[in-house]
Ligand binder design. Structure first.
Ligand code: FAD
Length: 289
């Protein structure tokens, strides 16, 4: 395992290195995924570019349009413990608290979790459910796209080797919106999810009518999977127990788990999607039946 370790101090310097070394280089942030991949010889970069010295990429702020802005170098622990986030967008802190151990969360970054692009990545389903966008910079300038379009396969994203993820933007959250994240794993947070689910719903509270719903399933497809048919079933409807059960079954039908996954059979994962989707919708809407 031999590589040159580079420590740029600006975004410009990083882009210069990425352009120069291109596919021979890899960015490192917290290193909790990358070091493992290098040790396992899954990748053999000649240059490892440490971006943690670049100032101004580690923040959690709400801008004047009430959009949430998260810097790519924000640690998972910061997402978990931010008092403002717990108050204004608790589903993100909830998901962050489920990623690995405190020791891992202290160094693991949000950008690393998204760029590593595992189908079970803890922050991905939640941020897709919140309609997040990603801001990317490369030699040609910046581009912004929906996070949903960022993932292209297991461990694959739209990022080019000479691009850097800068920021995650969550649009203003509508009133009466709440969400729920559930991770189902064999050994709690320390283990990767067998199935994980994020649900965000906007309700008309008095009439219990669903104005909007986003259901995102993890670890049941190569990328975060929107259960769009289940979402459509809920939108504009008065929510009751039988509708929830029906939507949960439809979400399960939409799941496409890989046959032969080591973390759960095709049938088990589908069944867990049904159970967890029903549980999450009940939790969010307060419907107990
Ligand atoms: C014991 C253990 C338990 C874990 N448990 C979980 C878990 O429960 N859930 C979970 O989701 N993950 C888990 N992980 C995986 C890992 O901790 C997370 O994915 C973490 O968020 C990765 O962040 P990082 O900063 O360490 O990324 P790194 O390892 O530094 O980078 C990961 C990848 O992203 C790229 N990258 C990083 N930042 C950027 C950027 N800004 N722009 C472009 N590319 C970038 C790197 O080049 C690399 O390919 C676990 C890991 C360990 C070792």
């Amino acid at each position: 395992m031999r590589f040159d370790y580079l420590e740029p101090e600006t975004i410009e310097e990083t882009l210069g290195m990425l352009s120069k070394y291109d596919k021979r280089s890899k960015i490192i942030a917290g290193g909790t995924d990358l070091i493992l991949q290098i040790r396992q010889k899954a990748i053999k970069p000649e240059y490892v570019i440490d971006i943690t010295r670049i100032p101004g990429l580690d923040y959690i702020t709400f801008d004047d349009q009430k959009r949430l802005r998260l810097g790519a170098l924000t640690t998972i622990r910061a997402l978990e413990t931010s008092v403002e986030l717990q108050k204004r967008c608790p589903i993100i802190s909830q998901a962050a608290s489920q990623l690995g151990s405190v020791a891992i969360r202290n160094v693991a970054t949000l950008g690393g979790n998204l760029c590593n692009a595992l189908p079970s990545a803890e922050t991905a389903q939640v941020l897709v459910a919140l309609s997040a966008q990603v801001r990317i910079i490369g030699p040609g300038g910046e581009r912004t796209l929906p996070l949903e379009e960022f993932f292209t396969g297991v461990g694959e994203t739209v990022l080019k080797p000479n691009e850097l993820l800068l920021e995650i933007l969550v649009p203003k959250i509508a009133p009466h919106t709440s969400g729920m994240y559930i991770k189902h794993s064999a050994r709690g947070a320390i283990d990767l999810a067998i199935v994980n689910i994020a649900i965000v719903m906007t309700m008309e509270p008095e009439k219990r009518i669903c104005k909007d719903a986003r259901i995102v399933l993890g670890a049941v497809a190569p990328t975060p999977l929107r259960a769009r048919k289940a979402e459509d079933m809920l939108k504009g409807k008065k929510i009751d127990g039988s509708l929830i059960d029906y939507a949960a079954q439809v979400a399960s039908d939409e799941a496409r788990p890989r046959v032969g996954s080591i973390r759960g059979s095709f049938e088990y994962k589908k069944e867990m999607v049904r159970v967890l989707t029903g549980r999450a919708i009940r939790e969010v809407t307060g419907v107990t039946a």
